[in-house]
Design a protein around this ligand. Structure first.
Ligand code: SF4
Length: 220
């Protein structure tokens, strides 16, 4: 059995309490619309520098036109770009989506592999998206470290790191695997709507008594 110090145990208890409160406060889910792993992978590529809401406006027509990895691989670049243009950076995103389709056809018979390391090595799929796919497409534990996670974990005193991979490794130690996916959704949604970057809405937050950042803020 691992030998944890008193401060480790305290942090674990605090993390469990944070997650318990956020579970009661937030409807935990991925905000991108999808029905298959491939759709989620494409939506995640489109979500870079774009809101999930905007991506969800684009994907119905896209998913109707392209239903397989082969269809993306063989897509006409101009036609694909027109469909995804409003998500921004559309030339690079179209390139990534076509390259992903081609790699899936070539290496995995057109299917996304259910394996974090294999996913990470696919075109257009970074560590964050690979974890998202493991968690939300394959129902496996996944720590999805985005910009909200970096900020909120920092404010709550669970990390002093700003590098996403280092934070993922710290959270792997802090949290039981069964909680990884919920932690990802909970802190990301909390960061998106309440613990926002510029001025966190602490008056709406259920975590004030657990938050070291809140303790440093001037009170009225
Ligand atoms: S108390 Fe404020 S700073 Fe702390 S987690 Fe809540 S919203 Fe963020």
């Amino acid at each position: 059995m691992p030998n944890h110090s008193k401060s480790d145990i305290k942090q674990r208890r605090r993390a469990a309490e944070v997650l318990d409160r956020l579970r009661r406060h937030i409807d935990l889910r991925c905000e991108l619309d999808f029905t298959t792993p491939l759709e989620l992978a494409v939506a995640a590529i489109l979500a870079a520098q774009c809101t999930d809401k905007r991506v969800n406006m684009v994907t119905p027509a896209l998913f109707k036109k392209y239903r397989t990895a082969k269809a993306y691989a063989e897509s006409d670049p101009d036609e694909l770009e027109v469909l995804i243009k409003s998500t921004g950076f559309y030339r690079n995103k179209a390139k990534s989506i076509r390259a992903l389709g081609a790699a899936l056809v070539e290496q995995y018979k057109g299917e996304l592999p259910r394996d974090l390391e294999k996913l990470i090595h696919l075109p257009g799929i970074g560590r964050k998206t690979a974890n998202l796919l493991m968690a939300d497409a394959f129902g496996q534990p996944g720590l999805i470290i985005d910009t909200h996670q970096i900020r909120v974990n920092g404010r709550l005193g669970f990390t002093e790191q700003t590098d996403a991979t280092k934070i993922e490794m710290e959270l792997r130690e802090l949290l039981p695997e069964k909680d990884w996916t919920d932690w990802s959704h909970a802190l990301t949604l909390h960061g998106r709507y309440t613990c926002i970057a510029r001025k966190p809405k602490c008056h709406e937050c259920p975590l004030t008594d657990l938050c070291p950042y809140y303790a440093t803020l001037p009170k009225p």
